[in-house]
Design a binder for this molecule. Structure first.
Ligand code: NDP
Length: 334
């Protein structure tokens, strides 16, 4: 049983030395338990937070413990009548080949309905994040302008596509021409802006001639600085993630701009709301129904970036925080 544990806590950008690959025995399930064999492991930006001891909405991973993560796993042995060998489930079983579970919290995956990896992407946690954050907090109306950052990733790409279904004018912000072309040519975004280009504020203003009514915040930093002056009165801003700052070790240079932000919130009557996907757990059935329907009808698409081998998870994860992934990042473990 291989497992990747947190070797030490990074200060700034993580590197290979913060992870350690260990080999151990395959655990034995006891009465009522099942043995899970990881098939696919999801890599997600939130894991950077779990590597840090800073206070957050969830406990950090302990040093020497396996990195946390959601997987699609196969039941390899079962002492629980609810699960048969070869059943596929999603589990928070972490960066390892095998784990034991009581069955609590597992979600069944039906490979006849959709490829199993979609349970970690468009039909899983990132998809639900896009759906609930956009529709509950963003509430786009036909003709409004919706802007989303990290737009080629699993959350952002679905935010933009749902906003199109709701009749909005959709602008995606992504890193590089290839990702931008994907947004407009494959996903039907109205335009795409490269945040690595020379003049992000100018390019974004040109793409949003009527200002911004909904900004789905995935990134923070320079992207948010470009967005803020374009926000319309009564704009809504689901604050979903701030990935540009996950490796930051200090506050940015320059004068404190909090008063500018507070003034904008007041004078433009902005609605900013942070959320964690599980806040909207009661919307899971509506999410599954709508996204499954839209997938079948070809109204939403998804893209996956599959990396082979558990041993390559740290490098792939580090690369994701730099935008090296193109689509939902998943490790094929077995
Ligand atoms: P992605 O696959 O989109 O990966 C993150 C992307 O962020 C990178 O590919 C990169 O894309 C972009 N990025 C990284 N650094 C910067 C930067 N400095 N400026 C602009 N873009 C940057 O991840 P997800 O779709 O899984 O997650 C997107 C966001 O949603 C994250 O912030 C994540 O933490 C958050 N999230 C929040 C949840 C919640 O419950 N609140 C649940 C799930 C996700 P590019 O090449 O385009 O720059």
């Amino acid at each position: 049983n291989r497992r990747i544990v947190l070797a030490s806590r990074p200060h700034g950008e993580p590197n290979a030395a913060h992870f350690r690959l260990e080999e151990g025995r395959v655990p034995t399930p006891r009465e009522g338990e099942i043995l899970l064999r990881t098939r696919w492991l999801s890599l997600d930006p939130y894991m950077r937070g779990r590597m840090s001891a800073a206070k957050s909405y969830a406990e950090p991973v302990a040093i020497g413990e396996p990195m946390t993560g959601e997987t699609v796993a196969e039941v390899a042995a079962s002492n629980n009548p609810d699960f048969q060998v070869r059943d596929l489930v999603t589990a928070f079983s972490g960066w390892q080949d095998y784990a034991v579970s009581t069955g609590k919290g597992l979600r069944r995956v039906d490979p006849a309905l959709a490829p199993p990896t979609t349970a970690l992407g468009i039909l899983g946690m990132p998809g639900m994040t896009a759906y609930t954050g956009l529709l509950t907090i963003g509430r786009p109306k036909p003709g409004e302008t919706v802007v989303v950052a990290a737009a080629a990733g699993p959350v952002g790409s679905l935010v933009g596509q749902i906003a199109k279904i709701k009749g909005a004018h959709v602008v995606g912000i992504a890193g590089g021409p290839e990702k931008c072309a994907y947004l407009t040519e494959e996903l039907g975004f109205d335009s795409a802006v490269d945040h690595r280009g020379d003049d992000l504020p100018g390019a974004l203003a040109a793409a949003c001639p009527k200002g911004i009514d909904v900004y789905f915040e995935n990134v923070g930093g320079a992207v948010f600085e470009a967005v803020m002056p374009l926000l319309n009165d009564f704009a809504r801003m689901p604050v979903c993630g701030l990935v540009a700052g996950y490796n930051a070790t200090e506050l940015p240079e320059g004068p404190d701009r909090t008063p500018i932000l507070m003034r904008a919130i007041l004078t433009k009557r902005l609605h900013l709301q942070g959320f964690i996907v599980w806040d909207f757990a009661d919307q899971a059935p509506a999410f599954q129904r709508d996204i499954s329907d839209w997938l079948r009808a070809g109204r939403v698409k998804y893209r996956e970036d599959i990396v082979d081998g558990l041993e390559n998870a740290p490098e792939a994860f580090i690369g994701m925080l730099r935008g090296r992934n193109f689509g939902k990042l998943v490790v094929r473990v077995a």
